[in-house]
Design a protein around this ligand. Structure first.
Ligand code: DQA
Length: 142
């Protein structure tokens, strides 16, 4: 099983960015946690981050035929992007939405998730551990 973990804008700044919400640990630490978890489970994983919506769309499209599942934290694009929703629908690869914080308990504008309509599950508010839970959910789904 091969999975793709995609992270959207500003997640490269983890550890520096609003640590009271997103924690003190860096993006590099997140990548290490995910890599270790997948290694232990015998899951192949590629982990990427971009600040650009179109790049996320390209990566989702290119995942077809290469990856069995996607873990997606679209960050702010969660709340704005029909393009990401359409990309996930178009490729039909099982996708789990993940968020470090719980957007549903924050500002009203974070309560909308477009991509959720195409995802098999959403994991929110569990910090870095949420990514590992999302991977395990995906493994059961595939
Ligand atoms: C986030 C939540 C989003 O509302 C926010 O724009 C982010 C991060 C999270 O992981 O909690 O950038 O996706």
């Amino acid at each position: 099983m091969n999975i793709l973990v995609l992270n959207g804008p500003n997640l490269n700044l983890l550890g520096k960015r609003e640590p009271e919400i997103y924690g003190q640990e860096s993006y590099t630490t997140l990548v290490e946690r995910i890599s270790d978890h997948c290694l232990r489970q015998g899951i192949g994983v590629e982990i990427r981050q971009t600040n650009h919506e179109g790049v996320l769309v390209d990566w989702i499209q290119e995942a077809a035929g290469k990856y069995d599942g996607i873990v997606l934290n679209p960050a702010a694009y969660t709340h704005t992007s029909v393009a990401l929703l359409d990309a996930v629908k178009a490729v039909g690869i099982p996708t789990v939405e993940v968020h470090l914080s719980d957007p549903d308990s924050r500002e009203d504008f974070r309560h909308v998730s477009y991509v959720r309509h195409a995802c098999v599950a959403a994991v929110k508010g569990k910090g870095y551990a949420g990514y590992l839970e999302a991977i395990d959910l995906l493994a059961k789904e595939i």
